[in-house]
Ligand binder design. Sequence first.
Ligand SMILES: Cc1cc2nc3c(=O)[nH]c(=O)nc-3n(C[C@H](O)[C@H](O)[C@H](O)COP(=O)(O)OP(=O)(O)OC[C@H]3O[C@@H](n4cnc5c(N)ncnc54)[C@H](O)[C@@H]3O)c2cc1C
Length: 511
Amino acid sequence: MNHQRKNLSISIIGGGASCISLLHHLVLKTKKRPPFESLRVVIYEKKGSVGPGNAYQTDYADLLLNRDAKFMSIDNDHPEHFWEWLSQRPEITVRKEKFMPRSLFGLYLKDSFETSICRALEKNIHIRVEYSEVIQLIKAEKKYRLITKGREVEEHDVVILCIGNPHLKDHYHLSGQEQYIHNAYPLKRALAPITKDTHVGVIGSGLTAVDIAIALRQQGHEGAISFLSRSGELPAVRGPVQPHRLTNLTNESLRSLIKQKEDMISLRDFVRLLRKEFQDGEIHWRDILFTKQELKMNLRERLMNDLDQVEANGVKQSILAAINEVIEMFWRHLSKKDKQLYLERFDRYFQAKRNPMPVCNAKKILHLIEIGQLSVKAGLQYMGYYQDGSFYALMQDDEQLEFDWVINATGPVRHLEGQSEAGLIGAMLSKGYAIKNPWGGLETDFGTGALVDRNNQTDPHLRAIGHVTCGTYYYTSSLEMIAKHASCIAQDLVKWMDTSTSGGKRASLSV
Ligand SMILES: Cc1cc2nc3c(=O)[nH]c(=O)nc-3n(C[C@H](O)[C@H](O)[C@H](O)COP(=O)(O)OP(=O)(O)OC[C@H]3O[C@@H](n4cnc5c(N)ncnc54)[C@H](O)[C@@H]3O)c2cc1C
């Protein structure tokens, strides 16, 4: 990327939170007197608006952010960016609560986008939106030609994938059944056809399942709701999370361990440091998942206990949240054997503890359990359907359950397979512009977010942020991690712009 060039062009595929965060950093980091004559940024979005993406669409106001508003920000250097946006808007009456509606966060994203467009003009950056789906890329020298579903073609110097989670998995092949809802968001639209007195089966018992139960209740549902999953565990309840400074599990200690162990560390090494971190906080490390007492409780008792212990849980969760600082380095150097072991045995439980639900949601779920409307069933083995359009679930204990409606609430899958491998991703894989990462998503260069091609070469002209990079960075589905990667990529792009217009050598950043 070191040619003399004055008019540069960047395309961003996908207009959700990753795109907004990237634009925000790119515009802020570009110098007042930029090295280019003009920079064209084109955003391709297949839906009708740029900003909310899938997570923060207009929907029921009861659907809340799962993090304190003070820690939700598109700005990596400014965690209170959203909080300050809220406090400048006296018309927003919910501003004193810390768990805000997700659709409000969508407004913040739209507003931040508008702000970036205005700031960009001052630096001769021209941002344009194309409301169409990109289905193919064609590499032409050091550029990429983008082809949309409507057959439009445009060439860009750099392409950044911000496409979120490509597809949800249809675990039991229920798609096509009239009373099966595969993608639940926006819930207001997806749940509207469900009649009040029907029995609804929800596949999954995590945060999406919690959203579904709350939304059904809000639309006046009176019939039974059953969460069906393998573990039968609900998310933990979020306590007051405070910034926590890691003292044992630090980047330095990991670095020296990695050096000592010649690049590969084990899960045991990591747990040793994690244990010390918890011991310093006077928490027994085994209690991270469940205390002995909790293991003896039924689900309702555990939820009540979680609500009672919310302050103490906040201390644990503060440590777990602080691990975000080192999690990528840990994942990068974890041995293959232990990566496999971790994903198979521990990931599900660890994520449930790291992504808890707000207290007010936990109280609503407890209420639904107590009035007998909601049940949570463990040991789901299989789901099928009858000719009349209703469904059955086979459980591990040979119980068989029946439902009028079934809603998919399983989270994003790490591995690209089936539908996730179709469309743009499929086209890129078939051309060899990208390859699959064995731990999920696409193979990505750790330092720059550049994709790795079939010849194992990183291509700085083609990069990605978000879920498709989960194999490289492990934890990518939170705004905090997205903002961190967006900031690094923006910094690297600014360096590229400097060197590509001055003919100098390009430096590469470390994430
Ligand atoms: C329901 C839900 C709630 C969440 N709540 C939180 C939370 O409270 N806190 C938190 O930190 N994280 C939360 N997350 C995680 C969330 O995924 C990230 O915070 C973030 O929103 C991801 O943004 P994204 O832009 O990468 O993906 P998305 O929001 O999925 O946006 C991707 C966009 O790309 C578009 N697109 C995809 N492919 C193409 C194509 N080929 N051409 C054109 N356009 C395309 C899509 O239409 C979409 O608008 C939540 C996720 C979900 C699903």
